[in-house]
Each structure stands twice: as C-alpha cells, then as structure tokens.
Write a protein that binds this ligand. Structure first.
Ligand code: ADP
Ligand code: MG
Length: 239
C-alpha cells in the first residue's frame, strides 16, 4: 500500500532521515519504533507532505506522492494524528470536529456564525465517531476541560472523520492513563478488523507489541530491523 524508498532528509547538519526504506502492507497495524530522535516523526512529515525529502520516493497505492501537496496527499486517503495536540481549547468538542469535517476555514467560521447550517449528515458522522471513542457525553464540553487522554481520544476519532485508507498515528498513547490506553488499543484493533491500515509510532512497548502485526525499528534515520513482534522482542540489536 505504502512504499518508502531510500528517503533522505536533513535539517542543516542534522541527518534526520538517511536512506530510509520500508513498506506498509494493507489491513495490518505496522509500528515504527526507535529511540527519541531516530527520525520517526520526520518520516511521518515526509509521507504526509509537510516536508519534502532531498531524495527518495514515496509511493502510495501505485501513485508517486513524493512531491504532492499536503492537501492532495490527504485527499488520497492518508489521515494523520499529530504527536502534539491540535485541538482548539476554546472550542467545544463538537466545534473541533466540525472543523475537521470542513477543512476550508471559511466554511467553518460561517458554521460557527450560523451562516452555514450544520447538516444532519455532519451531526450523524460526529455522533457516530464520539460513540466509537466512548466520548458521547463530552460533545458540548470545551476542549480545554478534557483530560489529556480524552483529548487524544477525540483526536483519534478526528483522524477517521477525514477520508482515510491509511491512518498514521504519532504516539497516540503518550501521556495517556492505562485505562484509556486499553481503550485506544481496542479502538485501533477495531479499525484493523474493519479493514483499515494503520501506521503507528509508539514508545510504549507493551502497547505496541500487543497490537502490531509488523514492527519496523528505526535508529539514526534508517531502518535497522523489521519483523513480527515476537521476532523484534528477541532481536539483540533492537534490545
Ligand atoms: P523521532 O520522532 O524519532 O523522535 P524526529 O523525526 O522528531 O525523531 O527527529 C529526528 C532528528 O531531526 C532529531 O535530531 C531532531 O532534533 C531533528 N529535527 C526534527 N525536526 C526538525 C526541524 N524541523 N528542524 C531541525 N531539526 C529537526
Ligand atoms: Mg517523534
């Protein structure tokens, strides 16, 4: 589904990504792991088009997306959860989700001003998503009043409001309490069972090894190992 081929990206003197290649197979959970600074988030930024590589290629469903815009890439079905929260604190959960549905800003502000009616279709989508992440009762709460873990749940839901074939999640459970971690694990496995493809960056090894089908290990900008969780757990180089 996704092929990353010989990617290079540097920031001044820092070689963040060096000759990085891997493949993401459809309908599986693939985890990208590795120490801080290994280049994982940079790879995500390259795939989603936020950054452009100096060399290398990214192929998504046989389309070369290496030099496409963020918007084009997102319209092809790559949806992304960021490492840092991107919710607007002063808006309600529902307003934040409307923003995800109306990615043209002007349309959104018109919605808030009541100039654009919120359609039944949008209401239904948002309700369905909130149910999925068990956050129905928080619809009218301000984002600022949610716990960190609850924000992550809303953001996770938001990734599937957009067109999506591949979900890319950057540290979905970092800073989230164990009970909500458990919920997120279930939601992700549920996504997979529905046929979605997930590419996940995560530091929590027990979480990752439990839900991932394939684990790719990065260090210093490149892939150093790849395999099933059992294989990775016993790989001396990885340890
Ligand atoms: P990871 O997500 O694996 O922790 P990153 O991809 O965030 O790693 O970072 C890889 C390296 O690139 C780090 O040394 C980091 O400091 C550097 N880096 C990442 N983004 C930038 C940037 N925008 N400008 C300068 N250096 C960056
Ligand atoms: Mg990172």
């Amino acid at each position: 589904m996704l092929k990353v081929q010989n990617l290079h990206k540097h920031f001044g003197g820092v070689k963040a990504v060096k000759d990085c290649s891997f493949e993401v197979k459809p309908h599986l959970i693939t985890a990208l792991i590795g120490p801080n600074g290994a280049g994982k988030s940079t790879v995500f930024n390259l795939i989603s088009g936020i950054l452009k590589p100096e060399s290398g290629k990214i192929i998504f469903n046989n389309i070369d997306i290496t030099n496409l815009s963020v918007e084009r890439i997102s319209n092809l079905g790559i949806s992304r959860l960021f490492q840092q929260s991107r919710l607007f604190n002063n808006l309600t959960v529902k307003e934040n989700l409307l923003l995800a549905l109306d990615n043209e800003d002007t349309k959104f502000w018109k919605n808030l001003a009541g100039l654009n009616p919120i359609t039944q279709e949008k209401e239904t989508k948002i309700k369905k998503m909130l149910k999925l992440v068990a956050m129905e009762s928080f619809e009218n709460n301000l984002a600022r009043d949610l716990s960190y873990g609850q924000k992550r749940l809303i953001e996770l839901g938001r990734t599937i409001l957009n067109p999506h074939i591949l979900l890319m999640l950057d540290e979905p459970v970092a800073g989230v309490n164990p009970k909500l971690r458990e919920n997120i694990a279930k939601i992700l496995v549920g996504f997979k069972d529905e046929g979605k493809t997930i590419l996940l960056i995560e530091h929590d090894m027990s979480f990752t090894l439990k839900i991932a089908d394939i684990v790719i290990v990065m260090d210093e900008g490149r892939v150093i190992a790849e395999g099933k969780p059992e294989e990775i757990k016993n790989n001396p180089q990885v340890l």
